[in-house]
Ligand binder design. Structure first.
Ligand code: P6P
Length: 336
């Protein structure tokens, strides 16, 4: 691969465009970059190392914690706590948020929310997984212990969001509100190189991503839309293609590159949807909108405008190409 610009160079270049920038956000990215290299290394030898499988405990969601979930959570937590730029962390693997009250971090102005390994149950079958992260400026006074309010912020308030996809190659994709940029990891050099500048969601697509096994439990509007995807109509390139990996980062990443729509509706198993708003829905919605797509939970409800009430709250999640979400929204509105 031609060596273009490294992630570090790109971040410094972008930071230089903001004279008031203090470099703290750049340091957060440096932490995330370092931890993702460690997780990349260990995911790529998961079959050999004793890092697969469950550890016999459950997270607050009642889901079996995989060894790598806990391991990765510790790596991201340590990397973020080491630079004095984060005053608190919320994670899928932590029951409550973690305060970084030490002298190094207590005066920081950023909080980070992460899903350290999203889709971790795919690891033992060698299917791609991802890390998802979301960054906010704290709203409580600097120097005081972080509070719920620092984490329960609307997604539109994010200062940065991104994901790492550990697939056929490892990529870090992020946005600070000025477009979406993708960097591919070169393990031989240990650096992330700019490979996908200014990623854009195609306005239309012909891929729909949903776990159709739960079809009978979906809301009527979702069922009608799925049938719409499957009808023959050459003018609108239907029937669409069904592609579902079962790993949110992988499904969204593919759809940004090719165009498509991802659906995780509410169902009898998940009355409020399965995906967590704060560290899955909001960061992926921020990236989707920054790439020109749309992300909603209900007709007329953008994910980024939802008012969070609980750290691990779930939400129905529909994200993808603008015109595909617009069409879904029609069905949702007509069958509420
Ligand atoms: P299902 C992985 O467990 C995850 O949280 C997302 O990465 C993924 O999109 C979804 O759940 C898959 O859920 O019910 O289809 O297996």
């Amino acid at each position: 691969m031609e060596i273009t610009k490294t992630l570090g160079e790109f971040i410094i270049e972008k930071q230089a465009q903001y004279p008031e920038a203090t470099g703290e956000l750049s340091s957060i990215f440096a932490s995330l970059r370092l931890a993702s290299k460690v997780v990349h290394r260990d995911i790529n030898k998961a079959g050999l190392a004793d890092i697969n499988g469950a550890i016999g405990s459950e997270n607050i969601q009642g889901e079996q914690q995989q060894k790598l979930d806990v391991y990765a959570n510790e790596k991201f937590k340590a990397a973020l706590a080491a630079r004095g730029v984060v005053c608190g962390l919320a994670s899928e693997e932590e029951d409550n948020y973690v305060r970084f009250d030490d002298q190094l971090n207590k005066k920081s102005k950023y909080v980070v929310l992460i899903d350290p390994v999203d889709g971790s149950s795919n690891i033992e079958v060698n299917v791609s997984v991802g890390t998802i992260f979301s960054v906010y400026k704290r709203v409580s006074p600097v120097g005081t212990p972080v509070t719920d309010a620092d984490f329960l912020q609307k997604g539109r308030k994010q200062v940065a969001a991104g994901y790492v996809i550990y697939g056929s190659s490892t990529m870090l994709v992020y946005s600070t509100g000025c477009g979406v940029h993708g960097f591919t990891y070169d393990p031989s050099l240990g650096i992330f190189c700019l490979s996908h500048p200014d990623m854009k969601f195609p306005e239309d697509g012909n891929i729909y991503s949903v776990n159709e096994g739960r079809y009978i439990h979906f809301p009527t509007g979702v069922k009608k839309y799925i049938k719409y995807c499957q009808e023959e109509d050459l003018e609108t390139n239907r029937p669409y293609t069904s592609r579902y990996i079962g790993s949110l980062v992988s499904d969204i990443h593919r759809n940004i590159l090719k165009g498509g729509i991802f659906l995780y509706p509410s169902s009898s198993s998940y009355p409020d949807g399965k995906l967590r708003l704060l560290y899955e829905g909001n960061p992926m919605a921020f990236l989707t909108e920054q790439a020109g797509g749309r992300a909603i939970s209900y007709a007329g409800q953008s994910i980024l405008d939802m008012e969070p009430t609980e750290l691990h709250q779930r939400t129905p999640f529909f994200a993808g190409s603008k015109n595909m979400i617009d069409k879904l929204e029609e069905f949702l509105a007509n069958h509420e």
